[in-house]
Design a protein around this ligand. Structure first.
Ligand code: 5GP
Ligand code: ZN
Length: 139
């Protein structure tokens, strides 16, 4: 299913042309328009889901297989030294396009890509009761 006015729906389903690296019935992999590094690609789901919370289970299961294929091809062809796989959900998490996608970012020694966070102190460790609650909620 597509959502009206969603640019990634239009790209994923071929209505807007893109630099496509791979396509199957569920996904289209394209080059990012503002790449973090040489070869930065994004995997788009064809069935619109705004984020991981809306993602169909079958798409969730399969997307990492596509990530593996793309990362493996990049390592071979671009001879990158590593790869980051990144998937943002929600504005606070850095999501700017609200159609689920997964970033495949080839990494090169000495590149300027910066994916980092500041480790928090132990006071922010989850309380036991919250750990229990999460465990109970995971089904
Ligand atoms: P987000 O910040 O939502 O995780 O990532 C959105 C990504 O989509 C960004 O890296 C941005 O450069 C890329 N992007 C946004 N619009 C377009 C577009 O029209 N075409 C392509 N190829 N990439 C896009
Ligand atoms: Zn969409």
């Amino acid at each position: 299913m597509q959502e009206a006015n969603c640019i990634f729906c239009k790209i994923a389903n071929g209505e807007i042309p893109s630099k496509t690296l791979y396509e199957d019935e569920r996904f289209r992999v394209i080059l990012d328009i503002s790449p973090a590094s040489k070869g930065h690609a994004i995997i788009l789901v064809k069935n619109h889901a705004a984020n991981i919370f809306e993602l169909a289970d079958e798409d969730a299961r399969e997307i990492f297989l596509v990530a593996k294929k793309v990362a493996t091809a990049m390592e071979k062809v671009l001879q990158c030294d590593g790869v980051n796989i990144l998937q943002n959900n929600g504005e606070v998490a850095g999501q700017t396009v609200f159609h689920l996608h997964m970033h495949i970012i080839p990494r090169y020694k000495g590149d300027s890509v910066n994916i980092s966070w500041k480790p928090q102190d132990e006071n922010s460790v989850l309380a036991e009761e919250l750990i229990e609650e999460i465990k109970q909620t995971l089904v």
